[in-house]
Design a protein around this ligand. Structure first.
Ligand code: FAD
Ligand code: A2P
Length: 276
């Protein structure tokens, strides 16, 4: 074992893909978001993810997949993260401060991109927990609204406080200079927001699967039931959520597609769970 005292003291030496943290915001004791400098050469499609991380005591990188939560036109990169108490990366990452460096491998990939879907009328973003991150990117990308007449964000968490990042994001879109310049006052009608909590009192309750299957969300928002001619969807949550939402979407005759084979919906894991 290398004694700690001999470990590299400056991350700059050992981090060829270093980026500097510019801001950090803690939302709950398990959730935070942060922004970092963007490598000038990094091009990505809104919705994609990259590998980010920190060096361990010996300088070896601990890297994990993270959705880029900022849109592709942004000068900086934003991430929205869980804090796993004993997680190899997030037990450390949750302590970053502005001026610190993180590792960012500039190779964006992912299935939650607009090109992976056939054209349609409405685009549904279905997320639980940190699964909202790729949609935080797509919701701030004007191209999303160029391709679809309406965008619907369903975000479900156990607790109300866990919805706050998404709530503020959606609130901020109403004043987004880029979106209001293009769509003016009509922008408010283009984005429908349907947050639900499952384990605390909140105006809207229940799981995404139940609110879709029962038709409650369609009734509440005044929309027709999902159908393969008009509706497209992107799904991002735990493995169990993804499997269950897939069944519900298939029940509406939507078919899962991919970058190479665009269809009516696409799915990506928000994290890799234990034993999955
Ligand atoms: P790990 O050893 O990686 O995870 C420990 C356990 O914590 C896991 O087994 C799981 O049960 C749980 N867990 C991990 N991540 C989450 C999560 N996000 N929500 C709930 N439980 C979780 N994480 C983010 O916080 N934000 C993202 O934008 C994000 N994007 C991802 C995109 C992809 C394609 C994938 C595969 C994963 C993504 N993750 C994201 C998860 C991330 O890669 C790490 O798992 C997470 O940062 C925890 O790292 P860790 O080393 O602390 O713990
Ligand atoms: P619930 O509180 O009813 O379990 P988790 O923290 O377990 O990933 O859950 C995050 C949110 O997603 C919770 O609101 C949870 O609801 C919901 N959820 C978890 N698993 C599923 C699933 N298989 N289908 C639908 N919703 C789910």
């Amino acid at each position: 074992d290398i004694p700690l005292a001999d470990a590299p003291k400056s991350t700059a030496n050992i981090m060829p893909d270093a980026q500097t943290v510019t801001s950090v915001q803690h939302w709950t004791d398990t959730l935070f978001s942060f922004r970092v400098t963007r490598p000038p050469s990094l091009r990505f499609r809104s919705g994609e993810f990259v590998m980010i991380g920190l060096p361990d005591e010996r300088g070896k990188p601990i890297l994990r997949a993270y959705s880029i939560a900022s849109p592709n036109w942004d000068d900086e990169l934003e991430f929205y993260s869980i804090k796993v108490p004993d997680g190899p990366l997030t037990s450390r990452l949750q302590h970053i401060k502005p001026g610190d460096q993180i590792i960012l491998r500039p190779k964006p990939v992912g299935t939650l991109v607009l090109d992976a879907l056939l054209p349609g009328k409405r685009l549904w973003f279905l997320a639980t927990g940190t699964g909202i991150a790729p949609f935080a990117s797509l919701l701030r990308d004007p191209e999303t609204y160029e391709r679809y007449e309406q965008v619907i964000l369903m975000h479900t968490c156990r607790k109300v406080a866990e919805l706050e990042y998404g709530r503020e994001l959606v609130e901020g879109l109403k004043d987004d200079p880029l979106l209001t310049e293009i769509y003016g006052d009509s922008f408010a009608d283009r984005l429908l927001y349907y947050p639900t909590a499952t384990r605390e009192e909140y105006p809207r309750r229940g799981r995404i699967t139940d609110n879709l299957a029962s038709g409650k969300v369609f009734a509440d928002l005044g929309l027709p039931a999902m159908n393969p001619a008009d509706d497209r969807a992107m799904v991002c949550g735990s493995m169990a959520l993804n499997l269950d939402v897939t069944k519900v979407l298939e029940g509406f005759d939507l078919r899962e597609g991919a970058n190479s084979d665009p269809r009516e919906f696409v799915v990506e894991k928000a994290f890799v769970g234990e034993g999955v």
